[in-house]
Design a protein around this ligand. Structure first.
Ligand code: FES
Length: 64
């Protein structure tokens, strides 16, 4: 049975992933997904990679 994983890029922010069981990072490390939706860091500045920790907002100047 196939499974649908949905990806939704947020401009200037993370990539939202719905329906995944595991995320494999660039080093091959597996990160189990425990929530229906997770946000992957696309700015490479998160302290919790591969997850977004909202650092992108500070980079964009949204948080002061
Ligand atoms: S996209 Fe949110 S911290 Fe990188």
């Amino acid at each position: 049975m196939s499974r649908v994983v949905r990806l939704q890029p947020c401009p200037g922010g993370p990539l939202l992933v719905r329906g995944a069981d595991v995320i494999v990072d660039e080093d091959g490390a597996e990160h189990p997904v425990t929530r229906p939706v997770v946000a992957l860091c696309m700015c490479d500045r998160s302290a919790r990679k591969p997850w977004c920790d909202a650092t992108h907002k500070a980079i964009r100047g949204d948080v002061r």
